[in-house]
Design a protein around this ligand. Structure first.
Ligand code: NAP
Length: 504
């Protein structure tokens, strides 16, 4: 998490420089960091991929990408004249150990020019099967030896299951110290997610209520209206549980459920988060059946357009057993949370795209008002809206204006846009700057990743072993399969959704 420090002279090597992630996220993020004065003067970006390009050609691609995807809009000519020359390109096949020497030579060249050593960041924006070979080849070429100046950034997914995550951690640990490894979960870089920690730990009023005595249940919902589209090749080997719950949603749960850290430092925060994962109740085959629901979307209509089912998407397996929706009830077995259910839900082709955390408080112990005066009566809810709306709203009961005593539910709202009137940085801006500053607070540590895999493994195994008989079981524009409603309804709840304009 950034301080006002500026980063050291930096060489930023992007493996997968010609890929989609760089185009849509990394290039715009680095440019915006430059615009806001966060990049050091001595900064070089080296893009790499197999495609043969000159520096100028690569600069041209980055310019187009930034123009298309940057939150700050089209690039001004004078800004590009200053930023463009920092961008370089080196064609290389990551499987060819020989080519890594070229990176070494380039890095040396910059260090000579800058008359001093540089921090070197290797960003792995390539398919996950290349993570091990790149790490190994960097080490063979002697490019990882300076533990204080060399960092590696690993994109999602980190492993495919517990075993592969452990293998990757072990391989990385042979080459790097943990302080050099930055495992990205871009949700952690979102302003609204970081603000949950500020809200919880910088305000005295929340802590006394933040426990099983006052909170009835918690819901974390990350829904998308988009389908899988062209990405079935990747998605079919993954599914909603691996793609979203194992990482993003469990990280959100950790931030909601963690104990206050003693200090806001990387190790303290990550220790408290891993405590949550360790306290989470493990699943048995029986509890998987009772507490985990999967779904796959069928064909339907979305915003007046006919949309295909998952099995009809381009390149999809027509018998695919992959879930595009998952809803799971978790428990955190510790003093603070014993008995409080945490319902997590995610899916594609749903009614709306939104990421929302709802903390539902317990009912009042005794209602002093007569039932006739209560127009609407709702338990207090704290609704943390991560995207697209960025807000925190507390739902409370109030007296409706009028001479009579009538109660209804109103929202007290903190809205980012209205309050700050500035554009929030993209998650990748925050995270890339943190890598440059050497701050690991918002990155996953090896033990966190492994605990999260350990937790979901029984669900993955059970779903793999039992072919779903009812896929597809939800249609486009719905809120998922009926079983997901039943999961919460049998506990007396329903899924809470925040309508578009934020009203109830
Ligand atoms: P992509 O568009 O398919 O790009 C893959 C990149 O890898 C290209 O630059 C390609 O360059 C390079 N590459 C492939 N084989 C190579 C080889 N043998 N040697 C050198 N370079 C090689 O993939 P992506 O969508 O950017 O995703 C990259 C990583 O980020 C994946 O791990 C993905 O899971 C993760 N991620 C992506 C997104 C996203 O929004 N795209 C979001 C979150 C995470 P050449 O074709 O020039 O060789």
């Amino acid at each position: 998490m950034n301080t006002q420090l500026k980063s050291q002279p930096t060489v930023f090597v992007i493996f997968g420089g010609t890929g989609d992630l760089n185009a849509r996220k990394l290039a715009p993020a680095l440019y915006n960091l430059y615009l806001e004065g966060w990049l050091p003067e001595q900064f070089a970006l080296i893009g790499t991929g197999r495609t043969k390009l000159t520096d100028e050609e690569f600069q041209g691609r980055m310019l187009n990408d930034i123009n298309e995807f940057s939150r700050t809009g089209k690039v001004a000519e004078d800004k590009w004249a200053a930023f463009g020359p920092h961008i370089h390109y080196q064609a290389a096949d990551v499987q060819n150990a020989e080519t890594y020497r070229d990176f070494g030579k380039l890095i040396k060249k910059f260090e000579k020019e800058w008359q001093g050593p540089a921090n070197v960041i290797y960003y792995l924006a390539v398919a996950p099967n290349f993570f091990p070979i790149i790490a190994e080849n960097l080490a063979k070429a002697g490019l990882t030896e300076d533990a204080d100046r060399t960092r590696i950034v690993i994109e999602k997914p980190f492993g495919h299951d517990l075993e592969s995550a452990k293998e990757l951690n072990a391989l990385l640990a042979r080459i790097f110290e943990e302080k050099q490894i930055y495992r990205i979960d871009h949700y952690l870089g979102k302003e609204t997610v970081q603000n949950i920690m500020a809200f919880r730990f910088a305000n005295a009023i929340m802590e006394p209520l933040w426990n099983r005595d006052h909170i009835e249940h918690v819901q974390i919902s990350v829904t998308e209206s988009l389908g899988v589209g062209e990405r079935t090749g990747y998605y079919d080997g993954s599914g909603a549980l691996r793609d979203m719950i194992q990482n993003h949603l469990l990280q959100l749960l950790c931030i909601v459920a963690m104990e206050p850290p003693v200090r806001f430092t990387a190790e303290e925060v990550r220790d408290r988060k891993v405590d949550v994962l360790r306290a989470m109740r493990r699943f048995t085959p029986e509890t998987v059946r009772e507490q985990a629901v999967r779904g796959q979307y069928g064909a339907g209509w979305l915003e007046g357009q006919k949309v295909p089912g998952y099995r009809e998407e381009p390149g999809a397996n027509p018998q695919s057993n992959t879930e595009t929706f998952a809803a799971v009830k978790f428990f955190v077995d510790n003093w603070r949370w014993q008995g409080v259910p945490f319902y997590l839900r995610t899916g594609k082709r749903l009614h709306r795209s939104a990421s929302v955390i709802t903390i539902q408080f317990k009912d009042v112990p005794h209602l002093v008002f007569s039932p006739e005066t209560v127009e609407t009566m709702r338990q207090n809810r704290l609704i943390i809206s991560i995207q697209p709306e960025m807000s925190i709203r507390l739902q409370v009961q109030a007296k409706r204006p009028g001479v009579d005593m009538m109660l209804n539910t109103v929202d007290m709202v903190f809205d980012y846009k209205g309050t700050y009137q500035t554009q929030a940085p993209e998650a990748y801006e925050t995270l890339l700057l943190d890598v440059m500053l050497g701050d690991q607070t918002l990155f996953m540590r090896a033990d966190q990743v492994e605990e999260a895999w350990d937790l979901v493994m029984p669900i993955l195994t059970s779903w793999q072993n039992r072919i779903s008989q009812n896929f597809p079981n939800y249609s486009a524009d719905s809120w998922g399969p009926e079983d997901a409603e039943a999961l919460v309804a049998k506990d007396g709840f329903h899924w809470l959704t925040l309508p578009l304009n934020g009203k109830k």
